[in-house]
Design a binder for this molecule. Structure first.
Ligand code: FES
Length: 123
């Protein structure tokens, strides 16, 4: 029963808007079948609760809020299986960064600023 014996290195790109991004390295217990989100949540629970990540449905693949880059590919953190090797997790590169792994994924026309700006004057 050594299912939590192995540890993998998780490198996370961190930072907020208008900050110089940096990478932080964590050693996370590896369990076969765990997701990338499981690893992120383990880091938040056991090492650094300030690591920003967003998720909602977890494994339902419905909310799409957990999208991040895993080893350079866009993935859902909740459904992507963590492999027993070093992994790099970054925020989406084509979205506006909010903090750490959280980006603004709201489509531009659904953004509150856009909606307010485009309210007809006769309303
Ligand atoms: S948490 Fe909803 S798709 Fe991943």
């Amino acid at each position: 029963m050594n299912e939590m014996k192995d540890r993998v290195t998780i490198t996370v790109k961190r930072g907020a808007q208008n900050e110089e991004p940096h990478f932080e390295v964590y050693r996370v217990p590896y369990r076969e079948g765990m997701s990338v989100l499981d690893a992120i949540m383990w880091i938040r629970t056991n090492i650094d609760s300030s690591l920003a990540v967003r998720y909602s449905c977890i494994n339902a693949n419905a909310c799409k809020e957990c999208m991040v880059m895993v080893d350079g590919k866009t993935q859902y953190a909740c459904t992507t299986r963590l492999l027993n090797r070093d992994t790099t997790i970054e925020p989406l590169s084509n979205k506006v960064l909010i903090k750490d792994l959280v980006t603004d994924i709201v489509p531009p026309k659904e953004n509150l600023h856009f909606i307010v700006k485009n309210i007809p004057s006769n309303v």
